[in-house]
Design a protein around this ligand. Sequence first.
Ligand code: TYM
Length: 331
Amino acid sequence: MRVFSAIQPSGALHVGNYLGAIKQWVDRQSSESLYCVADLHALTLQVEPADLRRNVDDLLIGLLAAGLDPEVCTLFVQSQVSYHAQLGWLLECVATHGELTRMTQFKEKAGRHQGYRVGLLTYPVLMAADILLYQTDEVPVGDDQRQHLELARTIAERFNNRFGSVFTVPVGTRPPTAARVMDLQEPTRKMSKSIDSPLGTLYVLDSPDAIARKVKKAVTDTDGDVRFDWETKPGLANLLELFAGFSDERPEEIAARYSRYGDLKRDLADLIIARLSPIAERYRALQGDPHVIDDVVRDGARKANLIAQDTYARASAAMGLRLSSPATLTA
Ligand code: TYM
């Protein structure tokens, strides 16, 4: 069972990333799983080169600290495997403009950024290339990637029907709880790396004090009844989902144990601190040794390239391109 997923180096890791994606990656890592730092994707929003460079390394350290083990799985940087961009182009000639303009994330981000670049529109095609290059069976992601994943499936099926069966059609999987963690201050808006909400975003590397403060100040409601109900009590439902995500219980079970918001918040803060402090500790230890990631990404790129090159060769030949081996190019 081949598993692939990726994350953008576009800012500090938050608990949405952790519970929605990374925790599942860590729990299910094997020699058949590949995880990718999607630096090409981060170029779609204008970013300072020095910031991107730093974000990539910070994210790699964060993923190792969270428990990804490069001895077990493959961890690599997208731009170091050139087939992503190459297959992306082939698939741009398979996807339609209408499919891309319908993507919710495109509409949201394009609305927020005047003069947005074409890459913001074609982004889901690159994402499809990421997934399809590795003949992926399963893609563990948070809820917000569901539409992109559907498109990857559509593109794979259309390609296979038109050019012959080259790609495995992937299935997206989401965690049972906390697949969509909301902002603690605005529980109707997703917690996000790219939106500035200092009190609403819980970062994986936040200090225990910051975690306790943010959870305590999280917006709830005034009726005082502890029930799990997204419709009428989104703030509390979000806290219960967070609790469930960290404790592997069901939100309803947790709600049944409490009669006061304050007690629930206190225990939730303690739980999050207990789960995140070891990650922060490992992060600080790894930060002291920058060469750790050099070896990891070199190894990861080598392993990823081997798989990607095979799929790319098959896809390009199926479309009618003339294959040239690297040896011919340099002769
Ligand atoms: P990104 O970098 O925005 O997020 C990385 C992962 O974290 C999940 N996530 C969340 N889960 C729950 N609650 C939240 N508030 C929350 N915010 C983010 C995301 O669902 C994701 O799983 N386009 C992708 C990166 C990507 C990718 C891929 C993913 C590029 N190529 C191929 C899968 C397969 C993205 O921007 O994720």
